[in-house]
Design a binder for this molecule. Structure first.
Ligand code: HEM
Length: 424
């Protein structure tokens, strides 16, 4: 299946739209649906889902307002479709599930470990890890989607101070939490059992890591979380262990839901456009590729919020308490904002995609992801003259994440280093 195929001019019937069922995303390209919504019903009531239904917001301007206007559209009760109607048990306790001003409690210290300057200081360590990660590509066929599962751990592991021996397990459990319906992550007999099991394993692992960091503090994110004092509540107390574990979960999921899928989808876009590959060997050429890769992939299909007041959006009345899904994947292909939105254009400028979200929750991992993805494609284009697909793509069964479960590829090694590269 070709997920990024240019959508046909025919629009789909509104009555046939189901953006809640995860299986929809495994078997069909959703761009025709989002395009239909942008044209016919930009703020549309999705009656099925979570028992309550939810608003589907598909135009860029409306999605941007939903993610930026935290006073009207709150993150406190959940930010994904799975929370619609039931809320998220971690609501009000994590960086993701708090609104300003409480949100700053974790956000500000987290920026100290994931900010641009720190990321630059660690850039060589990240490059070394990425080079190690792509080594199997030189041996023939690899499943790039499987290989890239480790990429977020290279980042989150490095910045959270998680020893490498945990990385593969954490990536697997995170995958099961993200897509418990997908057969690739079926750890239990049912999706609910898979989710319980993966949560249990992840939290047991975080508990051990936090215990270790209490005894041996460092400059990593877990140590920073241990040092946070909740002055905002007026109590001046450190975070309790449960809150620290929930925030570890937020960071691990933030990294695992997104980075591997941007890497795989971007390589796929390049395989389909081999003419772009040659130009990428020039130093500095990968920055535009990464931005376009994020816009193109939009790894989080949607960002959910709950209205905390009656309001109007795109001329439609939203009632206090309504759930609202901002389909950023749709916003990132909005014809009103992007010229030729279905063209993969690495020279696109400006490229103000909503792939990292916007407003107070703008991705805290953006600096490290941009660097790592840029390094990844520098190293790939330096070593290989191109890649080809060698087997069928398998898409993740998820209404939340635009993921690839399997993507077999083979690289053609360069006979000589790319111009301007050492080829080391
Ligand atoms: C290309 C890679 C990435 C993309 C496209 C991406 C995308 C996003 C998006 C769309 C949001 C907003 C969520 C919302 O508004 O509800 C977000 C937030 C977040 N991301 Fe990322 N992310 C990426 C990589 C990472 C990495 C590597 C980490 C961890 C090191 C991370 C950690 C987080 C966290 C903790 C938040 C919540 C921030 C807050 O609420 O203030 N992300 N990300």
């Amino acid at each position: 299946m070709q997920l990024d195929a240019v959508p046909p001019d025919v629009l789909v019937d509104l009555a046939d739209i189901d953006l809640y069922d995860p299986a929809t995303f495994r078997t069909a390209d959703q761009h025709p649906t989002w395009r239909t919504l942008r044209v016919q019903a930009p703020v549309w009531w999705h009656a099925e889902g979570g028992g309550t239904g939810f608003w589907c917001v598909s135009r860029y301007a409306d999605c941007e307002r939903v993610v930026k206007d935290h006073r009207t559209f709150s993150s406190e009760e959940g930010t994904i479709l799975a929370s619609v109607g039931v809320g998220d048990a971690a609501g009000g306790q994590t960086i993701t599930l708090t609104d300003p001003p409480e949100h700053a409690l974790i956000r500000v210290p987290a920026m100290r470990t994931l900010g641009h300057a720190i990321v630059q200081q660690r850039s060589q360590a990240i490059r070394d890890r990425v080079v190690e990660l792509i080594r199997p590509c030189a041996d023939g066929e690899v499943d790039f989607a499987v290989l890239m599962r480790r990429l977020p751990m290279v980042l989150a592991g490095e910045f959270m101070g998680i020893p490498e021996r945990y990385w593969d397990d954490i990536a697997l459990w995170a995958g099961a939490c993200i897509a418990p319906d997908d057969p690739a992550y079926a750890l239990g007999r049912t999706p609910a059992q898979t989710l319980r099991l993966a949560h249990h394993e992840l939290f047991a692992c975080f508990r051990e890591l936090v215990r270790h960091r209490r005894a041996h503090p460092g400059d990593d994110l877990i140590s920073v979380l241990i040092g946070v004092t909740d002055n905002l509540s007026g109590q001046g107390r450190p975070l309790d262990d449960w809150r620290i574990l929930l925030n570890c979960y937020s960071f691990i999921l933030g990294a695992n839901t997104t980075t591997p899928n941007v890497a795989s989808h971007t390589l796929l876009a390049l395989i389909e456009r081999p003419e772009i590959w040659a130009g990428l060997a020039a130093p500095g050429a990968t920055a535009g590729l990464v931005e376009e890769g994020i816009r193109w992939t939009s790894p989080t299909h949607h960002l959910v919020r709950r209205a905390s007041a009656d309001t109007e959006l795109g001329g439609v009345r939203i009632a206090k308490g309504d759930w609202v899904a901002a389909w950023v994947a749709s916003a990132n292909r909005d014809e009103a904002v992007f010229d030729d939105p279905f063209t993969f254009d690495i020279t696109r400028s400006p490229n103000k995609h909503l792939g990292f979200g916007g407003g107070p929750h703008y991705c805290v991992g953006a600096p490290v992801s941009r660097l790592a993805l840029s390094v990844l494609f520098e190293e790939l284009t330096g070593r290989f003259a191109g890649f080809e697909s060698t087997g069928p793509l398998v898409h993740l069964q998820s209404n939340w994440i635009n993921g690839l479960v399997s993507m077999p590829v083979r690289g053609t090694p360069r006979r000589q280093p790319a111009p301007g590269r050492s080829g080391s």
